[in-house]
Write a protein that binds this ligand. Sequence first.
Ligand code: GGG
Length: 358
Amino acid sequence: MTKKTIAVLPGDGIGPEVTRAAIKVLENIADLHDHEFVFQEGLIGGSAIDEKGAPLPHETKELSALSDGILLGAVGGPKWDHLPGGNRPEKGLLEIRKSLDLYANLRPVKAYASLIESSPLKEEIVADVDFLIVRELTGGLYFGEPKMREENEGEMQAVDTLVYKTSEIKRIAERAFQSARLRKGKVVSVDKANVLESSRLWREIVDDVRGGYPDVELEHMLVDNAAMQLIAQPASFDVIVTENTFGDILSDEASMLTGSLGLLPSASMGSTGVGLYEPVHGSAPDIAGENRANPLAAIASAAMMLKYGFEMEKEAERIEAAIEKVLADGYRTADIASKSEEAVTTAEMTDAVVKALE
Ligand code: GGG
């Protein structure tokens, strides 16, 4: 029997609903494979601000650092939109990534065969979509200093800074090349090197790192072109490595190739050995508490925790196969249901996945 402690940070909006779904699936996998998963809940985001006055209370930080893996839901919502940047729900997410040095955010984008025909794009374009976005997660525009507002010549101005050190680019590039070796062997590095100095350094370092991976193909692509190619020929991508903000935007765009943002999982890995696993989607406050959210991204994130965090490959594959099965059997939450299809609830989709595990 393998025992693992999992920190569960449901967060805001639909976060609690989708993490509950992921826990249910993990409990069933634990029974089926004779593991023991101990779930310990912590506060993050807006709910943490409401209860503790801070988006990442120190108890949550401690709980997370001592766990074997962190399962997170989503943070944010209009209730906290008026707060200053330093105390918004999203600050909790950024702080936990930084405090655990979770610099590599892996976002797989794969078209499920049974959803291809309902894609808004042509079938031949999305049919073979299967790539991995490696988003740098603890640097770039999200974290660069100075980040502030100030008076300048009688008016307010706001400053964000895009800064990268060589070491930060080097380690994320290493991750991308290592990932490509396990896939189709092709990295596209996305930047804005025709305009940004940080992107010119990014290119140089990625080229240097590539020297250690002569078996991996490398192409540099400007981010505006990458945004277009993701729609024009998405199946040509294998691994995309990019800056924090570019990765955030491109992965939301890429989610539409699969049919819904509600399908995309992620794993954030770093130097401490504790990984954080969360759906790519946000808190969707408009449907929070309505039992309508798609739980598959959270469930697939739990599968990534088993695979990348706990070396439980078989168990992860069992969850992935169950997700494929329920979609093939026609289960559709509202985000992926066509006009003629009846949508199932979050709980019904979760129960269908649990049943498909058997
Ligand atoms: N589960 C992802 C989530 O809560 N997203 C909200 C958000 O603001 N995310 C910013 C980011 O992922 O960088």
